[in-house]
Design a protein around this ligand. Sequence first.
Ligand code: COA
Length: 162
Amino acid sequence: MKRVITPGTFDPITSGHIDVITRAASISDEVIVAVAASPKKHPLFSLEERTDLAIRALAHLDNVRVEPFKGLLVDFCASMDAHVIVKGLRAITDFEYEFQMTALNYELNQHLETLFIMSPPNYMYLSSSIVREIASLGGDVSQFVPPCVDVALKEKFATALL
Ligand code: COA
């Protein structure tokens, strides 16, 4: 496979995301990690912060680059001349949501394929919101996120915990 897109809000990027991106990088020439603005999710980290954290967390992967985007994913894929989206599938509960997004993206651009990579058991129940919640309550998330994200979460919640 040539160029693939791995999209998400990445608020923040977790070890589960990194696992999927690493697998995608091993079966493609180039991975573009597309960091969505996702204003409706009211992200904890700004688009710039989420992009910067993903760049730092993925710096060890030569064929991976990170790009922020606003607007439709299908338009971003077209602007990157990419025809394959790769997403992670964790539990069966992901399936319906992913099924809907894949079907809609296909309606918007029939030249776009979406492939899924199963998460390993240790990342099945990991999500960015769970990580945010544990960190916000002063819990240790170092086993779930790369070191730069661990530091960023501590800084973000430092004042809240005072
Ligand atoms: N490991 C750990 N967590 C994972 C994961 C993995 N492998 N895969 C997904 N997750 C988590 C995410 O962190 C996120 O967690 P949260 O909701 O607790 O924050 C959750 O699962 C949902 O992930 P995902 O399905 O990737 O959704 P997203 O909101 O991060 O990103 C976009 C969705 C950006 C791909 C989608 O909204 C999009 O395409 N937006 C652009 C606008 C558009 O085109 N809309 C029309 C779409 S049809």
